[in-house]
Design a binder for this molecule. Sequence first.
Ligand SMILES: [Zn+2]
Length: 145
Amino acid sequence: MRGRRALPELTELTAAHWTSGESGRLSVQRCAHCLRWSFPPVSHCRHCWRDDFTYEPVTGKGALLSWTEVFESVASAPQPPYLVAVVELEEGVRLLLGLTDASRDALRVGAPTRLVFEPIGEGVWLPLAELEEWEQPEDRLEAVS
Ligand SMILES: [Zn+2]
């Protein structure tokens, strides 16, 4: 039986991030002055120290950087085991996300991903990563003789 996921706290800084999935695209904080992306959301740009931000949708396309499988969890959902991954989006933003519909054996560093969203209540849409179909590169290791 599947329990309920814990809801994030929606604040002035985080609400746009957590609710944007309803539109099918994740919105990420972006500095209006230097145009750099910020995640997690901050009150002042860590690059130029301005406090003028917008929230803009990202493509949702990314690449798998790292992952782990969770076998025990203190939360009621999802039920373990489940996969968690660090994904770097095309915009350079790195997110820690649940991986959906993926087998541990299919995971490779650099594998292309896309974002999908799961409504978890109170207007919150949880971003999750899903592997894109791709041709796995040949193993570059060669025997040295
Ligand atoms: Zn800035």
